[in-house]
Design a protein around this ligand. Structure first.
Ligand code: ADP
Ligand code: X2W
Length: 259
């Protein structure tokens, strides 16, 4: 298959995707990339839960998911947010098809920690057939982070983790986390380039915290021979500009970035 780029579109930014974001997608397609979008929707789930007076809690970046929370998460992710992104892409002349990771057997998962987290999945297998079929038809697959167990129980999956697993399974050349900050920030400055070792130090020092933690952890886990760099970029700026991508680049080692 031709070159694939996976974009993880954070829930923090889905309402604010702007002209430069769609311009970047057109630019990637022009450069010969097939684009896959995996999206989150944490803030939208929070607001529905709040309107229903249901308490919600995160443990290490994973939402504690009771049966009631699972139903709401699936409704918001695979319904509201998924369709919102497809509509925005179509409005910007990008043909797309919205699906969930639970469709076509894409994401199989085990319970991550049933006792502590409830219906939260840890991905055990990715089946890429449906994604490839859509890419072959020139659709941008837009994937909600919902998985199934081997015996068909639906599970809620952190979207950063889902994007990294899908990028690995597709042998993607690029994985970009599109979020509401222009990259990893240190003393209010964007770090242009960093490595897993430096990231561990920044987590230890509290420089990287909250929602940035599952993102950088997923990024590190996905680095491989085929996926040599992962980017964290803003959904409000053009992240593909004159062949170079703006944001924070994560590679195994510093030198690798200049090869
Ligand atoms: N060092 C850091 N640099 C940038 N953002 C950080 C950092 N540490 C924590 N964050 C937080 O991570 C957030 C992005 O993660 P998150 O809210 O989960 O977004 P998304 O919905 O896009 O996944 C930022 O808005 C910021 O508040
Ligand atoms: C298990 C788990 O935490 N699932 C996430 C799925 C959505 C998500 O990850 O959305 P963001 O990318 O906006 O954070 C949740 O319920 O919020």
């Amino acid at each position: 298959m031709s070159k694939v780029v996976v974009l993880k579109c954070g829930g923090s930014i889905v309402d604010e995707l702007s002209e430069p974001f769609f311009g970047s997608l057109h630019e990637l397609k022009k450069q010969g990339y097939k684009v896959v979008i995996v999206h989150g929707g944490g803030p939208a789930i929070n607001s529905v839960l709040q309107s229903m007076n249901v308490q919600t809690q995160f443990i290490n970046g994973q939402r504690k998911t009771t049966k009631q929370v699972l139903d709401i998460a699936e409704m918001v992710l695979a319904g509201q947010i998924n369709k919102q992104i497809v509509r925005a892409l179509e409005q910007n002349n990008l043909t797309s098809a919205g699906i969930a990771g639970s469709d076509g057997g894409i994401l199989t998962a085990d319970f991550l920690n049933e006792e502590e987290l409830g219906y939260v999945g840890q991905i055990s297998n990715v089946q890429i057939h449906l994604i490839k079929t859509l890419l072959d038809g020139d659709y941008i697959p837009v994937i909600a982070p919902i998985a199934r167990t081997e015996d068909h129980q639906t599970l809620n999956v952190n979207a950063d983790t889902a994007a990294a697993a899908i990028a690995s399974a597709l042998g993607a050349k690029k994985l970009l986390f599109v979020t509401d900050v222009p990259g990893i920030l240190k003393e209010k400055q964007v770090i242009n380039h960093t490595t897993p070792d430096e990231i561990e130090e920044m987590i230890g020092a509290g420089i990287i915290n909250g929602g940035m933690i599952p993102k950088v952890q997923a990024a590190i886990k996905s680095l491989s021979q085929s996926l040599k760099e992962v980017m964290i970029v803003s959904g409000q700026s053009m992240f593909v500009a004159e062949q170079s991508i703006l944001g924070t680049k994560i590679t195994m080692k510093k030198e690798a970035a200049f090869k």
